[in-house]
Design a protein around this ligand. Structure first.
Ligand code: 2HG
Ligand code: ZN
Length: 497
């Protein structure tokens, strides 16, 4: 096919020459591929602007994994989309050839959602990153999927506005990934998660149709809420090409407390104390004794005798925030906390948060292997969950440090091990954790999604009827199952139904 077009090169413009050269490269680099995959690639390259399709294995290798422990897999090609039209073109060719497509932007996911577990193509959104609009009058921002969350924060805050979702990776993660995973972060305690702020979406379906779902207005109840359905669907139902985000006025100030506890069991009571003070902090983060040790190593002052710590923040108009800080601080002291420290300067606050943001990476230094979960239980069950974690850790002989978003009952329970012979115990401990979480009325994932890693456990939480209904929604929107296959739903024989 490529050869038959070669004579036309001489009569075509320069970019067509480059394009055909690129096609020949596709052919050479992927000559080991079976004919069907190979001809799909040739069609793909023809449908996209020059240079958008990359098959160089060295480049593709960077798209084989995300920030989770999911097994990497090399895609056949990476397509770097820059427009809705590019995404439409990819999905049309993928549908024609039944090629799996794995969407990806920054690859900061923690559940294997962006790993092309079934092969095929990675559709990369990092270059489709415009912030189209920030409207102060409507209090909305219209952004493209590859826009980095930190840039969106900066753009809206420059207008005196605020977009609250703040997953820990905000400096590099993107809106597309946030929407796919329904990302949350510390501020979710007061402000909710991504789904609470997405008003409308432009999406591309598996067959290349473009839908505009949702709205630009605060209210709007027309038809089914497909926006809410797409948010958190982990790239398995539709591909987001534009998001309209709701905004609010930027809080005037933020005040921060570091609250030290004599024992881990006091964490849950301390969270309740904040609420009894009739204040909704914007975040209530928690660290157990191991993760607190890492904070200390990062230079954060930790009083002797502290066995666990909360970071509590309030925000709002200056006088109100100061009053709330005092109320929460006093309530925590009444609760018998060891020490309540106020971050007096922005530098203290930044030191605390940068150590907290690094926690996931710092934990990696404690063992050869680390796997982290993000289970959630009702707030009242947080103490029980911590107790169950300690019991599991002892029974299975696995180190399990924990930290996370205590205010939401959302705990990042980590599993650390050094040698392969410890892995079976780790697997048992993970299953124990999920079972305990469900028994306590909780859910497997609060913010990282089910992805590839937690799919085998889905049936621990959801009934077979519920999984079947979700599968049928997937089949309606993606009948060939080419959109991020292998995610969310267990494979038959892997806890599936
Ligand atoms: C956090 O809260 C992030 O730090 C990442 O959600 C947690 O990697 C992790 O387990
Ligand atoms: Zn988190």
């Amino acid at each position: 096919m490529v050869e038959s077009q070669a004579p036309r090169i001489r009569t075509k413009a320069k970019h067509d020459v480059l394009r055909i050269t690129a096609m020949i490269q596709v052919k050479q680099e992927r000559s080991h591929l079976p004919t069907a995959e190979h001809s799909a690639l040739i069609d793909l390259d023809r449908a996209l602007p020059s240079g958008a399709v990359v098959t160089d294995p060295d480049v593709c290798a960077a798209y084989a994994r995300d920030e989770s422990e999911a097994e990497p897999r090399l895609p056949d090609a990476v397509v770097r989309a820059r427009s809705t039209e590019d995404v439409v073109a990819v999905m049309r060719v993928a549908t024609r050839h039944r090629v799996p497509v794995t969407p990806r932007a920054a690859g900061t996911g923690r559940s294997g959602g962006a790993v092309p577990t079934e092969g095929g193509w990675v559709l990369a959104f990092e270059r489709f990153d415009a912030i189209d609009e920030v409207s102060t009058r409507d209090a909305v921002a219209v952004v493209r999927p590859g826009a980095v969350l930190g840039d969106v924060h900066a753009a809206v805050e420059a207008e005196g506005l605020f977009y609250p979702p703040d997953p820990n990776s905000w400096a590099s993660c993107t809106i597309g990934g946030n929407v796919a995973e329904n990302a949350g972060g510390p501020r979710a305690f007061k402000y909710g998660v991504t789904r609470d702020w997405v008003l409308g979406l432009e999406v591309v379906l598996a067959d290349g149709r473009v839908l505009n779902v949702g709205r630009r207005t605060t209210k709007g109840v027309t038809g089914y809420d497909l926006t809410a359905l797409v948010v958190g669907s982990e790239g398995t139902l539709a591909l987001v090409t534009r998001a309209t985000l709701g905004l609010m006025p930027r809080p005037e100030v933020v005040r921060t407390l570091a609250v030290h506890l004599e024992d881990e069991a006091a964490m849950a009571d301390a969270v309740s104390a904040c609420l009894r003070a009739r204040v909704t902090p914007r975040c209530v983060e928690v660290m157990d004794s191991i993760t607190l040790g890492l904070l200390r190593e990062a230079g954060v002052p930790v009083p002797a005798g502290s066995r666990a710590m909360l970071i509590v923040e309030v925000d709002g108009e200056t006088d109100a925030a100061d009053r709330d800080l005092e109320r929460v601080g006093n309530a925590l002291l009444d609760e018998g906390t060891l020490e309540v420290l106020v971050a007096k300067h922005e530098g203290d606050r930044e030191q605390l948060w940068s150590a907290r943001r690094e926690m996931s990476r710092s934990l990696r230094t404690l063992a050869v292997n680390k796997l982290s979960e993000d289970v959630v239980v009702p707030r009242s069950a947080l103490a029980a969950l911590l107790g169950r974690c300690r019991a599991i850790s002892e029974r299975r002989g696995v180190r399990m440090p924990a930290y996370g978003h205590a205010g939401d009952g959302n705990l990042h329970v980590n599993f650390l091990w050094d040698t392969p012979d410890e892995k079976p115990s780790v697997d048992l401990a993970i299953r124990d954790l999920f079972e305990a979480t469900v028994q306590l009325g909780g859910t497997l994932s609060g913010e990282h999604g089910i992805g590839a890693l937690k799919a085998p456990y889905l049936a621990l939480e959801q009934s077979s009827d519920l999984i079947a209904v979700q599968r049928s929604i997937k089949a309606t929107l993606d009948p060939l199952s080419i959109l991020n296959p292998g995610k969310i739903f267990p494979r038959a024989g892997h806890g599936g139904c």
